[in-house]
Design a protein around this ligand. Structure first.
Ligand code: AMP
Length: 595
């Protein structure tokens, strides 16, 4: 049977697993470790090492060791405010290539443990990752020889691992994720069998690494070496040794009250011996963990929820093993967090479960898809009117009201379109339906159009004439969600390439429609009242109307001029419009016998 791996590609650590005999399991390397540091060392001899070996090399070779590359993934050079302590270009590599090295290593760990080749994977990314960051992750997977079956949000994966898909409908949960380098909090809701991310907040520069650095600096101050510089001025190899010792002590203090740190010959034959207590660590860490509070409150308020609305608060990320973090979470959310899962393995477990569902080795109906391209209908003038934007989580539902653009129209043709282009003709047509309605003046019909995509990716388009309450329904199988990646990429790149002309064309069409509405209205008003307005008014209206007409028929589309001419015609006919209204009122009063 062909297997699909579940992979948590983390900032600090990565994990890989698979569903085996119906159970999700994480796979260990040759030394029995399930956690692989997300570190890659580019040796001066050309050798590339990944994981624990790369971290060992870091102490000797910090400039050639790449860590936390996820912070750079899918960003342009210089974008974001994190400056790495290495130069990727000098090492002849890129964030995607480094991520691919980590994924290759995870794949090798899996293939060794499973004794078979694997070529498919589900990979998790932070909920806030944008398209570029998601495609960069996918690209890294492909470079590692993996077909990426799905990119899943980390909080969604964690919720799956905690079994919260069994919470039932409308269950809302908070996922508090404090890892090595980043903090994320997400509020999710279970709706129609899938998780929706209601809100996310966080800090990309807040994590357990901060504590390690604070502890390292404290250890250095406590060491009491003579003639020693400040911590900041130390050579990086010594800083690295201190940070590594600090992290070990920090972890120990999650379960013990005291930790002894010993680093032989750290500074000019002097060795470090320091004892750190949990109370001392917590004093350092308290302001750090308190920085997460504001993000939790913001996420709740963005989701328009209060603590009382949450069914569960789950903990993710290795740093949530610290007792002081758990205490803060308790206070922030006013409840006991759920700690039933391993916080550093929950995201990976969720990825494995999702992979199992996709490959059919775990039975479940959960689908965590999004619409790959926007869905909408063609409106008057051949424009695309989006109803469900791209990247909307399914299932979803959205609708809009439309009216007749010309008088005495007896039906409306609804063309269901998919794509990112401004003009209907450049998008793909998925189907069409015709909605009949009683003929009437322009703008009198009311046709509601609703798009609904269910968890199986089936799009149902319902059009209802609200006068007769008659429905016309069109069902479109899967094509709304199942689109080949290359076609999605092509559509998006074309929309970017043609963005300028498309936008101009849309603005022109809108101006043209406006002109085509104005001209007959002006003609009609002149026919009734033309003789009652001053000659100069009449002349100016005729001149403005002539300008609009000539711009409409000109070979070159001058959008700016047409918009200005429309406006001038509108202004020139102000008096005429007032007269028209007065006349209509007089007539109506006369009919009623008042005048
Ligand atoms: P993650 O990004 O989820 O892999 O989390 C890694 C972070 O969790 C690192 O900063 C670790 O030092 C921290 N961490 C892992 N285990 C523990 C522990 N037992 N106590 C405190 N922090 C831990």
């Amino acid at each position: 049977m062909s297997l699909t791996l579940g992979i948590d590609l983390g900032t600090t650590n990565s994990l890989v697993g698979v569903v085996d005999s119906g159970f999700p399991i994480l796979l260990a390397d040759e030394e029995g470790r399930r956690i692989t540091p997300s570190a890659v060392n580019y040796g001066s001899d050309g050798a590339v090492t990944v994981g624990h070996a790369a971290l060992r090399a870091r102490a000797l070779d910090p400039a050639r060791t790449v860590t936390s590359v996820k912070r750079l993934l899918g960003r342009r050079a210089g974008e974001g405010d994190w400056r790495p302590p290495y130069d990727l270009r000098a090492l002849g590599t890129s964030p995607v290539d480094v991520s691919a090295e980590i994924l290759k290593r995870l794949r090798a760990i899996a293939e060794r443990a499973l004794e078979q080749t694997v070529t498919r994977a589900v990979i998790t990314v932070p909920a806030y990752f944008n398209d570029a960051q998601r495609s960069a992750t996918k690209k890294a997977g492909e470079l590692a020889g993996l077909t990426v079956e799905r990119i899943v949000s980390e909080p969604t994966a964690a919720a799956l691992a905690y079994g919260l898909d069994k919470l039932g409908e409308q269950g809302k949960i908070a996922v508090y994720d404090l890892g090595g380098g980043t903090f994320d909090v997400s509020i999710l809701e279970m709706r129609d069998g899938v998780f929706q991310v209601l809100a996310t907040a966080g800090d990309t520069q807040l994590g357990g690494d901060d504590v390690d650095r604070m502890v390292a600096a404290l250890l250095w101050r406590r060491a009491g070496f003579t003639d020693a510089p400040d911590y900041e001025a130390l050579p990086s190899a010594i800083q690295v040794r201190l940070i590594e010792a600090a992290e070990i002590a920090k972890k120990k203090l999650s379960t013990e009250d005291e930790a002894l740190i010993e680093l032989p010959f750290l500074w000019e034959k002097q060795s470090l011996h320091v004892t750190l207590t949990r109370a001392e660590l917590e004093k350092l860490a308290l302001p750090w963990v308190e920085r997460t509070r504001i993000h939790c409150l913001r996420a709740l308020s963005d989701a328009r929820l209060t603590n009382a609305d949450l069914a569960e608060v789950i903990l993710v990320g290795g740093s949530t093993r610290m007792p002081i973090v758990r205490q803060s979470v308790r206070e922030i959310f006013q409840r006991e967090p759920n700690i039933s899962q391993n916080p550093d393995e929950a995201v990976a477990m969720g990825a494995v479960i999702q992979a199992g569902i996709l490959s059919g080795s775990l039975r479940n109906v959960l689908l965590l898809d999004v619409t790959p391209l926007s869905l909408g209908i063609e409106t008057f003038g051949g424009l695309m009117n989006i109803i469900i934007p791209r990247n909307t989580t399914i299932p979803c539902k959205a609708g809009e009201m439309f009216t007749n653009a010309v008088a005495n129209q007896a039906d409306m043709l609804i063309r269901v379109l998919q794509g990112e282009r401004e003009l209907a003709k450049d998008n793909w047509e998925l189907g069409r339906i015709d909605v009949p309605f009683p003929p009437g003046p322009k703008g009198s019909a009311r046709v509601g159009v609703q798009f609904a995509i269910d968890a199986n990716g089936i799009l149902e388009v319902l059009a209802r004439d609200t006068a007769t309450n008659r429905d016309v329904v069109l069902e479109i199988q899967n094509t709304a969600v199942d689109v080949a990646d290359e076609r999605v990429e092509q559509m998006i790149s074309e929309s970017v390439e043609h963005a300028f002309e498309d936008m101009n064309e849309r603005i022109w069409t809108e101006a043209r429609l406006k002109a085509e509405e104005l001209l007959p209205a002006v003609d009609q008003a002149l026919a009734v009242l033309g003789s009652e307005i001053p000659a100069e008014d009449r002349a100016s209206i005729d001149a403005c109307a002539a300008t609009v007409k000539s711009l409409l028929t000109a070979a070159a589309h001058d959008v700016k001029a047409l918009k200005a001419a429309n406006q001038q015609l509108d202004e020139a006919t102000q008096n005429l419009a007032v007269l028209l209204v007065e006349k209509a009122m007089e007539e109506s009063l006369a009919r009623k016998g008042v005048l």
